[in-house]
Design a protein around this ligand. Structure first.
Ligand code: CO
Length: 448
């Protein structure tokens, strides 16, 4: 019997080091192995987007656009892939449509093939423009449903949202489990439902955090999933993805094939084993799985943020209370999935509630804007009592937040006018106006 092909996306150069090494991997550590990775036969390589754009500029002194262009030269055979936060682009807030449009246009022009597009609230209105522009520019639209657990995120929710995305412009659909809370049986149920109802390929993205992801992949593959996201073994597991080699060995022994060669993959594993040592100071790896995520559904990164935040306040003993407060805040907020930026919004408020000792007496600007509807429509209605505590009798907006944002590119152009060397610099300035001017100034000076 012919074996069914299952594609593997290699996340080592994006999500894996974002999850394990605080997004700090430099391009000089990627290039020596890039062409070899390109020759493996991966479905795609995720190499850009998410937090890498910000991190390149803020911490590494690298131009994110140049990184993309350089990587593209090395990935001649494999499709490149990026994570795009819908209207949040690669930032933490909503941007104007002109910024989004130009970002996508130049991403395609610089070599990006597959755009994985999601919205933190699963509000399709916040994804639609990104999807249409990606399509228009010739990119592959991978529309994404963020997985979370709540009374409103039932089987029907996942079916309905995926169907809606297919009807817009999606070339493929991704189920994104950023917290590592998707159990194997839930994965089977959702993927099976999608394969029965959708006519486009389906991909699964999960984090290993709780230890379930490899099992979830196997069940999803049995349910018909087309592609799964993995990282090379020495950059896998913990808060990263399941290991490529584990999946290859598992699948080849059954009625599946990945087209990948274990012996060849080994060289990549050896390479990153060494590279990882360069990042020991930011390496967040721990030796065990994190079962807290199963109890609180709080992604790994959030717990380490709490620890830092509480230590600063000299209140580390309050960690259990903060963790218990997260689900309550999440319920008050209409059950948002906990992913950038909603995880920060909910997490910070939970910590404030406990530290202040009175719920919602103090709220961050982000929380106020969330309650005003500036992040979009939460999956379920928010607690109105909490809303009025936070924004009084202000009326929340009901339109797509992006509709209310004036074009931002011309201000950005002015902000960095003396340092512009290429059109992309204006987009960079629009996305990160606090960081970009200094970065672009230094760049221009270095070029002179
Ligand atoms: Co991820």
């Amino acid at each position: 019997m012919a074996k069914r092909h299952v594609g593997i996306t290699d996340t080592t150069l994006r999500d894996s080091h974002q999850s394990l090494l605080a997004t700090r991997m430099k391009i000089k550590d990627m290039l020596p192995i890039a062409e070899y990775i390109d020759s493996m036969g991966f479905h795609s390589v995720e190499v850009w987007g998410g937090a890498t754009f910000d991190s390149c500029m803020r911490f590494l002194g690298e131009d994110p656009w140049e990184r993309l262009r350089t990587l593209k030269k090395h990935f001649k055979n494999t499709k490149t892939q990026m994570l795009l936060r819908g209207q949040n682009v690669v930032g933490y807030k909503h941007y104007a449509d002109d910024v989004l449009d130009e970002f996508i246009k130049y991403s395609v022009a610089n070599g990006m093939d597959i755009f994985r597009i999601f919205d933190a609230l699963n509000d399709v209105r916040n994804m639609e423009r990104a999807m249409r522009v990606t399509k228009r520019e010739g990119g592959h639209v991978q529309a994404t449903v963020v997985y979370t657990i709540s009374p409103v995120h039932d089987f029907d929710f996942y079916m309905k949202m995926a169907k809606e995305l297919q009807e817009i412009e999606a070339d493929s659909i991704c189920l994104k489990d950023m917290a590592g809370i998707l159990s194997p049986y839930k994965a089977y149920e959702i993927i099976k439902g999608w394969k029965e109802r959708l006519d486009i390929p389906v991909q699964l993205h999960a984090h290993y955090t709780s230890g379930m992801a490899a099992m979830s992949y196997l069940k999803a593959i049995e349910a018909g999933v087309d592609v799964v996201d993995c990282a090379i073994s020495t950059m896998a597991l913990q808060t990263s993805q399941p290991a490529i080699e584990t999946m290859v060995a598992t699948l080849e022994d059954g009625p599946f094939t990945t087209g990948l060669d274990l012996t060849k993959l080994n060289r990549i594993a050896d390479y990153f084993k060494e590279v990882r040592k360069n990042y020991a100071d930011v390496d967040s790896s721990s030796s065990s799985v994190d079962t807290n995520v199963l109890l609180y559904q709080v992604p790994g990164g959030m717990i380490s943020n709490f620890v830092n935040q509480l230590k600063e306040q000299n209140a580390i003993d309050k960690l259990p209370q903060v963790l218990a407060e997260v689900p309550r805040v999440r319920e008050d907020f209409g059950f948002p999935p906990l992913v950038t930026p909603s995880s920060q919004i909910v997490g910070t408020q939970a910590a404030i509630n406990i530290i202040v000792g009175q719920r919602y007496m103090v709220a961050t600007d982000e929380v106020k804007n969330y309650m005003r509807g500036f992040y979009g429509r939460p999956p379920a209605p928010v607690n109105e009592e909490v809303r009025s505590k936070i924004i009084g009798d202000e009326k929340p907006i009901t339109v797509r937040p992006g509709d209310l944002i004036e074009p931002e590119l011309s201000t950005a152009r002015e902000l960095v006018s003396e340092y512009i060397q290429k059109p992309e610099d204006i987009i960079t300035a629009a996305l990160f106006p606090q960081v970009a001017p200094d970065f672009l100034k230094k760049k221009k000076e270095a070029a002179q």
